[in-house]
Ligand binder design. Structure first.
Ligand code: ARG
Length: 611
């Protein structure tokens, strides 16, 4: 069959860059100017423009303005309409019709030609007309932070998936992003682990042929963790040796550090295997765990103490907050140095802030961490503000996410009540997805390898999409049946829409190619699809501004739905409007494909070509 490599994203090399203003942005400007023309004091007033079912757009800004001016809203609306450059007047051909409805709403219909022209401009650009920030800032994203020598849990999954999407979306917008995987690789438990390894030197040895599989690493670590923990609890002398070992570790004793490093390396094998399954890239240079700030801890505490931000209380160095109290009404402090002299999680986070603002010159700090750490971050940010490490120019935000629930509505656990192994969960998702894609795959003649590959992309996509399509703070139920369903708000539904566009191109005959034809009138389904395609850049800008990937997921789901309606109502290759209409519909298919692919890509979700 004849394949059209019209805009094969893999072969395009990202050279053209021409940002395209959306029709919505252009209209916003026009209506705003018309408001100012009707009421000069209204310059800059928000026209409150939005997509609408009645026309293409509705502007509701006249109502508020009339109220403020104490004039009749319908009369004012008529004046604004007269000032709007509509079709035939003033050489502007964006607006086809404007009418006043109800108490003074403006219903605006855009010209078909304007839609097609705008989309053609997007199609000519590798970035689909999406602008890059003119003045990018530096954003540090703290995400994907599992703990050394410990099993990853579903919280780490969420942090990784959400963080990865946020990083990709910000980077696509031109922001300079520094990724930080703040792994838990420090603390008193490492005294216990290292001491155990000294006394049981062969514990982490790899037996020949065992290979470096993540699972094998995790089971070695788990065995060591349990054995050393048992000894720590039962043997006072060992406990004491372990305590002294922590001091050696923090002081940088080479032998101790080398053994600690073995735990870190072994864990990285395991983390890598999970991230590979998850299809998330974690670069080694971006892993700066808690240990990376060890050298700063003493100074951080000194500075806090000298400035009076922190005070000694019951032997611990604490920061107090007027508005943070426990159930008993007693103040709950942030403890930066414990009674035993040890530094805690908070001292590390404060040091990390100093590093991120002072050395990395970040102007935005994001933390993708579960909601249970909200109080911690509130106290840490407030402390850093008092200490002057966070200035007014720097935004620090905890992006808290909710809990993954089982079907019983309780935190997600296995039947036996144990926490779920991430790898098992991902494997199961892939298995279910493979069953779903096999049925159709066999019909369209996919090979076993293709079915297997699709199963992975659909299964992992399903897990990520379920996570990303829920607004961050909310808990959601992990329900694989729903997640791989073909009829619902799922990634596979969106992936199918993409594959369908590709299949149309495979079926296209010689000479049938995609080309925009602004002279053609559009069917309602084409208009709806076109206007939505035109909103891609606006959606991304919004998502990047509020750090809410679910808005992108919902944009893409809507795009897939609009495409499905278009596909059902507007035959593409057999369009009865002649060659030009075939070309224009192929053009819409192609732009849809590229937008879906780009959008899902930003969410970390793959787009199989044949599904
Ligand atoms: N390792 C921590 C955990 O598993 C998350 C770290 C979050 N990031 C931070 N800067 N505190 O709970």
């Amino acid at each position: 069959d004849h394949v059209l490599h019209l805009h094969d994203p893999d072969t395009r090399n990202g050279t053209s860059m021409a940002s395209v203003a959306s029709l919505s942005a252009s209209l916003q400007q026009r209506v705003s100017a018309a408001l100012a023309a009707a009421v000069p004091s209204a310059t800059g007033a928000d026209p409150l423009l939005r997509r609408s079912d009645r026309a293409d757009f509705q502007a509701n800004g006249v109502l508020g303005l009339a109220k403020r001016q104490k004039t009749n809203p319908q009369a004012l609306a008529a004046e604004v309409v007269a000032a709007l450059p509509a079709s035939g007047g003033g050489g502007d051909d964006t607006i086809a019709a404007v009418e006043v409805s109800g108490p003074g709403f403006l219903n605006i219909t855009v010209a078909d030609a304007a839609i097609t022209r705008n989309l053609a401009a997007r199609a000519a650009d590798d970035r689909l007309g999406v602008p890059v920030k003119e003045h990018p800032g530096v954003t540090v994203v703290d995400y994907a932070q599992p703990n050394v020598a410990k099993e990853m849990h579903v919280g780490h999954l969420r942090s990784s998936v959400i963080g990865d999407a946020i990083v990709k979306i910000l980077e696509f917008g031109g922001e300079q992003v520094v990724r930080r995987h703040h792994i838990g690789d420090w603390g008193t438990q490492f005294g216990m682990l290292v001491q155990y390894l000294i006394e049981h030197p062969h514990e982490l040895d790899h037996s020949a042929g065992e290979g470096d599989t993540g699972e094998a690493s995790m089971s070695r670590l788990d065995r060591t963790y349990k054995a050393s923990g048992a000894l720590f609890r039962s043997d006072e002398a060992f406990k004491e040796r372990a305590r002294r070992r922590v001091v050696d570790l923090q002081a940088g004793d080479p032998e101790t550090v080398a053994l600690w490093q073995r735990f870190v390396d072994e864990s990285k094998i395991y983390f890598d295997s999970v991230y590979q399954k998850l299809d998330i890239e974690i670069r080694d240079e971006d892993i700066v765990g808690e240990s990376g700030y060890n050298d700063m801890l003493v100074e951080t505490c000194d500075l806090l103490e000298k400035s009076g931000v922190a005070v000694w209380s019951n032997g611990a160095l604490c920061v107090f907050f007027d508005d943070i109290k426990g159930k008993d009404g007693e103040p709950v402090p942030l403890i930066v140095r414990k009674t035993d002299g040890g530094f805690g999680y908070a001292a590390t986070d404060l040091s990390a802030i100093r590093n991120r603002t002072g050395d990395l010159h970040a102007d935005t700090l994001l933390y993708v961490v579960d909601v249970r750490q909200s109080l911690h971050f509130r106290m840490v940010f407030e402390t850093a503000r008092r200490a002057g490490w966070l200035t007014d120019e720097v935004t620090a935000r905890h992006l808290p996410f909710g809990t993954l629930l089982g079907k019983d509505g309780k935190p997600f656990k296995t039947r036996a009540g144990e926490s779920v192994k991430l790898e098992d969960l991902l494997d199961e998702a892939v298995q279910r997805a493979t069953a779903v894609v096999r049925e159709k795959g066999e019909k369209i003649g996919l090979t076993e390898e293709e079915i297997t590959a699709n199963g992975v992309q659909v299964g992992i996509g399903a897990v990520k999409y379920a996570d990303l399509s829920t607004s961050l703070g909310r808990d959601y139920v992990f329900d694989l049946d729903r997640m791989v369903s073909l009829n619902g708000d799922t990634s596979v539904y969106v992936q199918y829409a993409y594959a369908r566009t590709r299949s149309i191109f495979r079926k296209a005959a010689e000479g049938q190619q995609a080309a925009a034809h602004p002279e053609l009138a559009l069917e309602p389904a084409e208009r709806a699809l076109g206007l939505h395609l035109d909103a891609f850049g606006d959606t991304l800008a919004e998502v990047a501004g509020v750090y809410e990937p679910h808005r992108l997921a919902s944009y893409l789901f809507q795009l897939a739905s609009l495409f499905t309606t278009f596909y059902e109502q507007c035959p593409v290759l057999t369009a009865d409007g002649g060659q030009a209409q075939v070309e224009n519909r192929l053009f819409l298919c192609d732009l849809t494909a590229r937008t879906l692919r780009q959008g899902l890509g930003l969410l970390g979700i793959r787009t199989p070509e044949r599904l």
